[in-house]
Structures are given as structure tokens and as C-alpha cells.
Design a protein around this ligand. Structure first.
Ligand code: GTP
Ligand code: MG
Length: 395
């Protein structure tokens, strides 16, 4: 059973990544090797260096003078490898973490159910129901639609016991979240090359954390993963990513130079992935403001250049769920700059409202594929419509 779910989550390619991927490619330029500006010479060991050595060690080695007596260089090198973490499998995480979600969402489990369970629901009550739905970040159109559907059912089926009202609401919410959307991740090699995923979004939404958590999910599925630190904006960003990777024995390709061309780093990461016959290359990018046209353009370039190596089968747009409807306008610009194939909604463990899932999918036309439910390393869950709604309705 567990295995089946895991399979469903990561099976895309076997069944039909073709279709997942076919939608998005706006056909990059012909497959010439030489990327436009960035990678002047891909072959003679380009600037981005595959990282392995912890800085600590390098410092010890670089020490010019005879080593100070207290610390002989103990083989710290071996330590990280021995201490590799074993990430938890992803299957069923949403159900397991449901309490985190329900915490901030009692709008559904309390407010709405109480209103619907009344014997006589008059127009005022329906207005109140609609308001409650709006407060859940569902968005105006879906809220109205849901009220209409509930009205229709209450009219036909009459007043109901609390349990049947809950069931009715559950069914309608699941329909709104849309269980038919394809939420599988393209995480399997294709055309003899790694599956490449890019993670994009505005500043601080949780991109790097998501890449780190996702790498763990993939490692738990025994996939070989390479990380690409294409956030060259801050030196700390590559370090942050490298740390995530090291915890589970995953290598990070990064540049030594701050401000290096992100497209070049992404290119090299995929190059390395091809060389190592990795299953997946995960590329982290710098946070950027949707209103900065040049930065949005840069994102398009990172993708185009990366695709000179291998198709980018998945572009995950990370959205901080607590920003509610505001996050949506930003998101729209991203979908225009790159072909977004999936949404990762982070910080759903905070004050976020569950309705945001529906609003995002409706407005962007892209499925929510993963949700972040905490800062813990394994607090990233594959999105499942039914488990999600059950969590919303749990009291
Ligand atoms: N509570 C909670 N915190 C999260 C979640 N995902 C990420 N965070 C936190 O959000 C903060 C920012 O995360 P990062 O991964 O650095 O965000 P980023 O998008 O890479 O940031 P930039 O690269 O600076 O744009 C960190 O403190 C994370 O721990 C989540 O699902 N829940
Ligand atoms: Mg980051």
C-alpha cells in the first residue's frame, strides 16, 4: 500500500511524463552546445565546482604553519559521511502532518460546519457562509460557486445531521481542490539524461528549504540527486544548499564567485548530473521580485541555457501560503516568465488559510504538487486533495 503511494508520487515518467513535459516546452533554440553568454567553456572544468570538501577541512589543509598542538587533524572528513541522515519516505505525509494544517483552518471545521448544520438556512446565513469562505482565501469566484453548490444540495436534500453536512462539505471541497489534476513530479531520467527541476519564486518564500527537503524525498526513494546552487546572489545561499545536500550525501554544484552567472551554474549542475548519470538535478534559484523585469528575464535565461544540456521537465514555483491572495499577483508574473509546471505552497503550518490552494490553482492553472508544513527537514508533503480536505475538516 505504502509502496503504491510512493510509486504514484514519483511515477510520472514511466506513465507519461511525456504528456507532463510536452505541454510546457516552448522549444528552446536548436541544440547547439555553447550556451549564449554564460558558459564560455563548458569542458575545461568551468568555474562552478562540484563541492565535496567541507570548508573546515580546507582550512585545516591550507594552514601554512605547523599545526597547533591541541588539535591534530582528526579525520573530520569521514564524519559527515558516517552521520548521513536517513530521510523519511514521503508517502502519507500529508495525513500524518494533518494537525499542523488543521491548526489554522478551523474556519472550515468549526465556523462553516456550524453554519451549515442549522435547521433553517436563510439568506443571511448563506451570506455568512460566503463571507467565511472568503476569509479562507478561497477567492471570490470559487466562494460563490461553492455557496451555490451547497445551496443546491441543501435545497434538494433538506436539513441534515451534522455528519452528513460534513460529508457534503467534504465532497464539495474535494471537487474544488480538483483530485483529477496531475500532481506527479517528473523525477525520472528521460532520454538518457537526468530529470531536471528548477525551483523559482520571490524572496524568502522557502525555495532553498524546499530544494533541500525535496532532495531528501528523492533520496528516500533511492534516486541519485545533484543540487545546483544557481542562487549566486548571496554567498550564503550556496552554503545553505550545500548543507542540506551534505546531510543526505548529495553533491552540490556551485560557483566560488559571488555574483557568478546563475545560468552557468545551472548548466554545470546538469552537466555533472549527466556525467554521473544522476536521476535528478535540482536547481535552486535566487529569490526575485516579480516586478523586476531584468530578473524575470534572467530566470528565462537560466532555463534556456540549462536546456542546452537537458530538458527542464519541472519548474516549481514556491509560494508562501501566508501571503494569501497577495502572493497570487506575483505568481502570475512567474508563470509568464517560465513555464511553471507545479506549485509548492510553503508555510501551510502557519497562519495560512486552506482556501489558497483552490485560488492558486484556479488563477494560475497549475496544480499544487507539494506543501510545506514546517521547518523540519521532512516537513514537505506531496499534495493529495482528499487528505488535504480531511485535514481542513478535522477539528
Ligand atoms: N514554518 C515554515 N517555515 C518554512 C517552510 N518552508 C520554509 N520555511 C522557512 O522560511 C525561511 C526562508 O526559507 P528559504 O528556503 O531560505 O527561502 P528562500 O526562498 O530560499 O529565500 P531566498 O533564497 O532568500 O529568496 C526559513 O526560515 C525556512 O525555515 C514551511 O513550510 N513552514
Ligand atoms: Mg534561497
Amino acid at each position: 500500500m505504502e509502496l503504491l503511494i510512493i510509486f504514484a508520487f514519483l511515477a510520472p515518467v514511466i506513465v507519461g511524463v511525456g504528456s507532463v513535459v510536452a505541454l510546457d516546452r516552448p522549444m528552446p533554440e536548436p541544440k547547439v552546445l555553447e550556451p549564449e553568454a554564460p558558459t564560455p567553456e563548458p569542458e575545461p572544468e568551468p568555474a562552478p565546482v562540484p563541492v565535496e570538501a567541507p570548508t573546515v577541512e580546507e582550512e585545516t589543509v591550507a594552514e601554512p604553519e605547523p599545526e597547533p598542538e591541541p588539535e591534530p587533524e582528526p579525520e573530520v572528513v569521514a564524519e559527515p559521511e558516517v552521520a548521513l541522515e536517513k530521510p523519511a519516505p514521503a508517502a502519507g505525509r500529508l495525513a500524518r502532518l494533518r494537525a499542523r494544517l488543521a491548526k489554522s483552518n478551523n474556519v472550515f471545521s468549526k465556523g462553516l460546519l456550524a453554519l451549515l448544520a442549522q435547521d433553517d438556512i436563510d439568506e443571511d446565513v448563506w451570506d455568512e457562509i460566503e463571507e467565511t469562505l472568503l476569509m479562507s482565501d478561497l477567492g471570490a469566484d470559487p466562494a460563490m460557486e461553492l455557496v451555490d453548490r451547497l445551496k443546491e444540495r441543501v435545497t434538494i436534500e433538506g436539513a441534515q445531521e451534522a455528519d452528513s453536512v460534513r460529508e457534503m462539505l467534504r465532497e464539495e471541497l474535494i471537487a474544488m481542490v480538483d483530485p483529477s489534476m496531475d500532481r506527479r513530479l517528473a523525477a525520472t531520467r528521460k532520454n538518457d539524461k537526468p530529470a531536471v527541476m528548477m525551483v523559482v519564486g520571490v524572496n524568502g518564500v522557502g525555495k532553498t528549504t524546499t530544494v533541500g527537503k525535496l532532495a531528501r524525498v528523492l533520496v528516500a526513494e533511492e534516486r541519485n540527486v545533484i543540487l545546483g546552487a544557481a542562487d549566486t546572489f548571496r554567498a550564503a545561499a550556496a552554503e545553505q544548499l550545500t548543507t542540506w545536500g551534505e546531510r543526505v550525501g548529495v553533491e552540490t554544484v556551485r560557483s566560488d564567485q559571488e555574483g557568478a552567472d546563475p545560468a552557468s551554474v545551472a548548466f554545470s549542475a546538469v552537466e555533472e548530473g549527466i556525467k554521473q548519470e544522476s536521476d535528478v538535478v535540482l536547481v535552486d534559484t535566487a529569490g526575485r521580485l516579480h516586478s523586476k523585469a531584468n530578473l524575470m528575464e534572467e530566470l528565462g535565461k537560466v532555463k534556456r541555457v540549462t536546456e542546452k544540456q537537458a530538458e527542464v521537465g519541472e519548474v516549481l514555483l514556491v509560494i508562501d501560503a501566508t501571503t494569501g491572495q497577495n502572493g497570487l499577483a506575483q505568481a502570475k508574473v512567474f508563470t509568464e516568465a517560465v513555464n511553471v509546471t507545479g506549485i509548492v505552497l510553503t508555510k501551510m503550518d502557519g497562519t495560512a488559510k486552506g482556501g489558497i490552494v483552490v485560488a492558486i490553482q484556479r488563477q494560475l492553472g497549475v496544480p499544487v504538487k507539494l506543501i510545506g508544513l514546517g521547518e523540519g527537514a521532512d516537513d514537505l508533503a506531496p499534495f493529495e486533495a482528499e487528505a488535504f480536505v480531511d485535514a481542513l475538516l478535522a477539528s
